[in-house]
Structure formats: C-alpha cells, structure tokens
Design a protein around this ligand. Structure first.
Ligand code: 5GP
Ligand code: ZN
Length: 115
C-alpha cells in the first residue's frame, strides 16, 4: 500500500462507499466522475503505479483485472450490448491517478477513435 495513493485507500476501505466487487486481489468501484451510464474502475489491491511498472510476476493479476471486468459487465447487463475497457498509461493518454486501473464503460454507444 502506498500511503498517499487514493486508490490504495479505496481498496483498503478507508474511503469511498461499498465496492461493486472486492476479493483478496482486486477491487471494483464506481468512478466519481462517470463518463457513461456505467463507469466502473477495476484495480489490483496491490499498488502498481501504471502498466509501465507492471512486471512479469503481475501476469496473473493483470489477467484477473480483465476477467473481473468481464464478470462485472455481465452482472450489469452489458455483455450483449457491449462495453469498453480503457487503461490509460502516462500523461499523453490522460492518466491522472497513478495506481493502475481499468475503466469499464458501458450503457451508451462509444465513438471510435477515442478522444
Ligand atoms: P485516469 O484519468 O487516471 O485514467 O482515471 C482516473 C479516474 O479516477 C477518473 O475517471 C476519475 O474520475 C477517477 N477518480 C479520481 N479520484 C477518485 C476518487 O476519489 N473516487 C473515485 N471513485 N474515482 C476517482
Ligand atoms: Zn495505490
């Protein structure tokens, strides 16, 4: 845990409401500034600053993020209509919180290319 990381505090239950999903490895919670009717963030409980800091040892954990997002999408009724997963990495991609997180966006039609 990084003491100055807001997502570490959310994963530890120190701030924020009840998570959408949580187990010993990952936490999912609603984005505070939703960009779609469904906007959920899926994070590892372990602090990893960005995909650039992910190591080979994180392979299973990164796969778990994807599978957890798919399960949540199904739970939210998004599997058939579709949804988008976004993983911003670094300044030009718009990463603002440096604890790796997968955005799960759904409930509206998405544009391509993304902005
Ligand atoms: P990024 O721009 O780093 O990919 O995404 C960070 C996301 O975290 C943003 O969509 C932002 O709205 C969300 N966020 C930032 N602070 C908080 C917070 O304290 N609680 C929640 N639930 N979401 C947050
Ligand atoms: Zn963190």
């Amino acid at each position: 845990m990084s003491n100055d990381c807001i997502f570490c505090k959310i994963a530890a239950g120190e701030i924020g409401g009840p998570p959408v999903y949580q187990d010993e490895e990952v936490t999912a919670f609603r984005d505070i500034n939703p960009q779609a009717p469904h906007h959920i963030l899926v994070i590892p409980n372990e602090h990893i600053s960005s995909l650039n800091e992910a190591a080979d040892g994180h392979q299973a954990l990164l796969g778990k993020l994807l599978l957890t997002a798919a399960k949540i999408a199904a739970d939210q009724g998004l599997a058939e209509t579709g949804y988008r997963l976004v993983l911003n990495t670094g300044p030009q991609a718009g990463q603002t919180v440096f604890h790796i997180h997968l955005h799960l966006l759904g409930g509206r039609r998405m544009a391509w290319p993304p902005g």
